[in-house]
Ligand binder design. Structure first.
Ligand code: SAM
Length: 188
């Protein structure tokens, strides 16, 4: 993969069960799992996006713990995974950070468990090809999913991961499946 891949775990704007736009809380499990996924699939960074400064500070404490304490020495693999995790206040801020270090604005690729009228859907195979030649910021939501505005503003939306009628994957699981489809090794 010659393109650069960045992940964003978005805590605002996301939907609540009733469709209202809310801000969800960061969970420690998501920070660890998305960091491990990002490192495993060679993403340049995983942005934990939240407008709440106290939540960004909390993530900062988690990252410092795994960077500077005995935990880092005890589990160096986890230190390496969390080394690619960063915080920012918004998707726009993540886009600016990516542009500053990669020399150009990233293409944004969003994900959702549902179809969105008006979104530009890009199949996994086409997205895989595009990732190989562009800088991409892959957006994952929390709560009940990314706000429609985010999905419609993205350069493209991946199809929902589906296998039948039941569709309630965690973001950690959905991110793993998505990343493997986009950049995972293929059998020869
Ligand atoms: N119902 C929500 C939606 O429509 O996105 C799923 C919320 S899920 C707890 C949080 C995030 O996981 C979603 O914003 C999306 O990034 C990802 N996700 C969950 N299920 C998915 C699926 N079937 N296909 C693609 N992404 C999914």
């Amino acid at each position: 993969m010659s393109g650069s891949l960045y992940l964003a775990l978005v805590h605002h704007p996301v939907r609540a069960r009733d469709g209202a736009i809310v801000t969800t809380s960061v969970t420690n499990l998501d920070v660890h799992d998305l960091g491990r996924l990002a490192r495993t699939y060679d993403a340049r960074a995983c942005f934990i996006v939240t407008p709440i400064a106290a939540q960004r500070a909390l993530v900062g404490e988690i990252l410092a713990h795994w960077r500077d304490t005995s935990s880092a020495r005890r589990i160096p693999d986890r230190k390496e995974a969390l080394s690619v995790v960063r915080t920012c206040a918004s998707i726009e801020e993540a886009k600016v950070a990516v542009a500053e270090e990669s020399g150009g604005a990233p293409r944004t690729l969003a994900t959702a468990a549902r179809e969105i009228d008006g979104a530009r859907v890009l199949g996994f195979d086409a997205a895989r090809a595009e990732l190989a030649r562009s800088t991409t910021l892959l957006l994952f939501g929390t709560g009940h999913g990314l706000a429609d505005d985010v999905l419609l503003a993205a350069d493209a939306l991946l199809p929902p991961i589906r296998s039948g009628g039941y569709n309630h994957l965690s973001v950690r699981t959905a991110a793993a499946i998505t990343l493997d489809r986009l950049v995972g090794e293929r059998e020869p």
